[in-house]
Design a protein around this ligand. Structure first.
Ligand SMILES: [Zn+2]
Length: 322
């Protein structure tokens, strides 16, 4: 019997799953991502979670034939490591991943992806038609995409393709992105930035609103929750939808996907308010074929399921490679 391992390294949690040869998950464990002292502590925590997951599955780690790892970035693909992760403390400079996992699992078949590429691999693997051309977009604390074109999951030379959240959408650059540049998609539409954008629009217009704009805990959830009953909240949601549609239209023009799956906490918590404004604008914004735009079918599991699907299909999500 062949077994496969999927690992999701997030800024907050480490998650591992073990599946049998059909892809059925037979064990799953998670633990908090260590905040230091160095990257090696994170590597050791991952190895521990994988060992515990194998033990729960009743297998030895060397019975796993392949593993997929989905990780926060930025990645150094050649070295199989994370390099100076943006969302962990500065003392964590480098997190070795594929080398130590290869040793633990006694296999060379360890595939590393950023989390959005794992997302598109998972969606591809689990879609009925297993399409060659599709995109996974996450709208969460950041915005990013995993892209599969002509059956190839695009990674770029260093593994950092698909950073679409840092495409410049607003030529006026009214808002500054977390990366330091102005006018990026993510600066308007990520979960962290939607309340900042609402504050900006509020200061511009000084309208009546029941939104708790001044509250230090004012969040994207407040904006979406008031969209039904507050005109200003509805306006913010519509403007966010405008930028999302523009970003998605750019993706459509660049890659010609058949389907775009959207995931991430903002989309998962507010599927209609996120997807409808995008769908409504596609015909006017896109001059080529308009793809289907759907909520991810895998929910919160999309990244770890993508890591697992990568292990099973040689890093591709292509079911014909099973
Ligand atoms: Zn940016």
């Amino acid at each position: 019997m062949a077994y496969y391992v999927g690992v999701d390294l997030g800024a907050t949690n480490i998650r591992a799953v073990v599946a049998d040869e059909d892809g059925t998950v037979i064990a799953s464990r998670s633990d908090g991502t260590p905040r230091g002292p160095t990257g090696i502590a994170v590597t050791e925590a991952i190895l521990r979670v994988v060992r515990e997951t194998c033990s729960e599955a009743g297998i030895r780690p060397n019975q796993a034939v392949a593993a997929g790892v989905a990780s926060i970035g930025p990645l150094d693909l050649a070295e199989g490591a994370v390099e100076n992760p943006a969302n962990l403390p500065d003392t964590i400079d480098r997190i070795p991943l594929t080398g130590p996992l290869s040793v633990l699992l006694d296999t060379e078949r360890v595939y590393l992806h950023n989390d959005t590429n794992a997302g598109v691999i998972g969606e591809r693997f689990h879609s009925e038609r297993n399409p060659d051309d599709m995109v996974y977009v996450t709208i969460s604390s950041g915005v990013g995409a995993g892209v599969c074109v002509d059956g190839n999951v695009l990674s770029g030379w260093d593994g950092n393709a698909g950073e679409v959240g840092h495409m410049t959408l607003d030529p006026q650059g009214l808002l500054t992105c977390g990366c330091g540049h102005d006018g990026h998609w993510e600066a308007y539409c990520s979960g962290n930035n939607i309340p900042r954008y609402a504050e900006f629009l509020y200061e511009e217009d000084d309208v009546e609103t029941s939104l708790p704009i001044e509250d230090p805990d004012f969040s994207a959830a407040d904006v979406f929750n008031h969209a039904e009953d507050d005109e200003f909240a509805r306006y913010v949601v519509d403007q966010v939808g405008h930028w999302n549609a523009m970003g998605i239209a750019n993706i459509v023009h660049a890659y010609a996907p058949l389907t775009i799956y959207v995931g991430g906490a903002v989309a998962l918590n507010n599927p209609d308010l996120t997807l409808d404004p995008i769908r409504e604008r596609m015909d006017e914004m896109v001059m080529v074929n308009v793809p289907q735009i759907e909520l991810t079918t895998l929910g919160d599991e999309v990244v770890v399921q993508g890591a697992l699907a990568s292990a099973m299909t040689g890093g591709t999500g292509d079911r014909s490679r099973l």
